[in-house]
Each structure stands twice: as C-alpha cells, then as structure tokens.
Design a protein around this ligand. Sequence first.
Ligand code: NAD
Ligand code: GLY
Length: 346
Amino acid sequence: MATVQVHASKNYQIHIENGLLDRIGSLSAELLQCRNVALVTDETVDVLYADRVEKSLLAAGFAVHKLVLPAGEETKCLARFGEVLEFFAECRLTRTDAAFALGGGVIGDLTGFACAVYLRGIRYVQIPTTLLAAVDSSVGGKTAIDLQAGKNLAGAFHQPAAVFCDPETLQTLPCETFSDGCAEVIKYAVLDGEPLVSLLADRANADWCNIIYECVKIKKRMVEEDEFDTGVRMFLNLGHTVGHAIEKNSYFAITHGKAVAIGMVIAARLSEKLGLCDASLTESLTELLHAYGLPTESPYAMEDLIAGMLSDKKRKGNTLHLILPQKMGKCTIYETDVEVLHRLFE
Ligand code: NAD
Ligand code: GLY
C-alpha cells in the first residue's frame, strides 16, 4: 500500500491501493475509535461500491447510516447540504463520530462541508472514486457547496481524518469523466515535471496507482506549505482561470477537465508570447493532452474569454494572476492587468 502523510492543521494519511475498499473498516476502526458513522454517497456510486464499503465498516464494528444523494454537481447545493446535516442529526452522530464520503468531488466537497459545521466540526474520511477526487479534491481540506451566484461560494477548510483511494474504482468511470481527471493529472506533470512526465508517456501501460501517488505527493507539499490558499497553492490554478471562462462561455457544456486542458495550452501560448517558454513546450503539452483524449483549441474568441476571466471570483480589481508554464516542472505566477491581456491576445 502506498501511503502519503499530510502534516497540516490536522495530520492524516492518504492510502492508495487496489482493492482497498474492502479494508476501509479495519483501517478506520483504530483511527476513529467510534461506533456511529454516516456513509454519504451518490446514486451511481451507491450501486457500484457502497455495499463493499458498508460490509467492511460493519465487520469492523461500526453502526453505519447510509445517505444516498443524486449524482451530479446540482447536489452540491444549499438544500442538499441541509439534508446531510439533518441526516447526521437524525442518526444522532455525536462530536466523536464521523462520516465517510464515498464518491467524486461533489460528494467529498458536500460531506466535508457538512462535517465542518455539524456540531462545530466532526471528522470525515474521503473515499475518492473519480480520478479528479483521487488526485485533487480529496486532499487538502477544501470543502464547499455552490450558491446561485456561483460555484464553491460557501465552504470551509476542514482536513479529512484519512483518505482511502482504491484505484480499481476508476475502471467503471465513463471515459469523459476519466479524461476530465487526466487534465488535472497533466496539470501536476506541468507543475512538477519528473517522474510524472515519464509515467504519463505511455498511456496504454500507465500505472494509475503510481500516477495517483505522485500527484498526491505534489498536492500534499502545496497544502503543507499553504493550507489556507494564500500562496503556492495558487499554482494549482494552472489552466483554471482561462478554463473557468471557457466553462462559463459554454454554459458548462464543456466539462471542467476539457476547459482546463484548453486553458493550459492558452497559458503556454501566452508564456511563449512573453518569451518565458519555447514553442516546444506548447507542442509537447498539446501532444500529451491529445494522448489522454483532451481538446487543446478554444471554440471561443479571446475577447469572450477575457470577459469571463474578469468575473472570476479570485480576481483582485483589474489584476489577474495567471500561472504560466516555463518548462515541464517549472511555472511562474504572472500578474497582469486586463489591458495588457487584451494587447497580448490581439
Ligand atoms: P462528481 O463527483 O460529480 O463525479 C462525476 C460523476 O462520476 C458523477 O456522476 C458520479 O456519480 C460518477 N462516478 C463517481 N465515481 C464513479 C465510479 N468509480 N464509476 C462510475 N461513475 C462514478 O465529479 P468530480 O469530477 O469527481 O468532482 C467535481 C467536483 O469537485 C466539483 O464540484 C469541483 O468543484 C470539486 N473540486 C473540489 C476540489 C477541492 O479541492 N475540494 C478540487 C477540485 C474539484
Ligand atoms: N483544487 C485546488 C486546491 O485544492 O487548492
């Protein structure tokens, strides 16, 4: 089993191993030392994996209360957040009890946020079942729900008690959802270089346990250095500022991963224009994204994307902070204002 130790405001371990779902009970018993636990999942993941997790928890002596929510981003809303809190209360979870979030980033973010506020904070365990959740959302303690005004507008930093990742669960992901996660994996390769770049070179023989392990180690370093997202964690936004603008322009018909893929290529082109990288970087990034089924061309004009970037919640005044790649393994934060951006993209 590969294990990564995170040292943040709370210390916890991330375990990665094929078949791990059946061992979650025994691994959690000593860690949590409680009896009552909630298992929160979505309808798709429930059918595929909840029985195995529940059996494992029951065998370890836990009393399990399962809540199954609809699948999809719409579930990350205020109404479902209330439903999870009411469920915890109905199950009489106490401050020493805990919840398990079994699913993708939606279930992880929603359950994590509910655990951050229920009784002013109870413990939760992340069991990511999408590639995005495995390499990104399950690690680092960002929890949130969406509001009418936008995504992730209400949330809290609340680190999990543990993360149990079983890469075998990724085999049932729809191709598109898997590709979306690949965009985040490739983002880590651009940020950190080797060994991820080599691990990704031969897609047909990719070792996903190892790839997830390397991604999580990178995220762990950033979270340890900048748990509350005021510094280096900003590098994780590579491709995201433009990506969010692409998602918005498409009314979310273009998925997050695809938008981030295109956003990374635009960031590389901008970096080229500024003399910060060679054209060969854009070429190899484009090739890598294509190998993982991801697009690299924006269907929208830069003018429209700039308008979208201006409504980004991370924007400060007229200033934008873009993460620009310089070579595989090296990126820089480029502070620019809208006028400069317009000129650069003319
Ligand atoms: P998701 O949770 O909606 O999962 C995508 C789809 O895959 C869902 O329909 C789900 O039912 C299905 N699914 C999940 N596991 C499956 C499996 N093993 N087999 C078959 N189907 C499966 O989406 P996601 O991409 O995992 O996460 C996106 C969310 O994560 C967004 O809300 C985003 O804001 C959030 N996010 C959070 C962080 C963070 O740091 N907290 C980071 C990145 C993204
Ligand atoms: N997904 C971005 C972060 O965790 O900071």
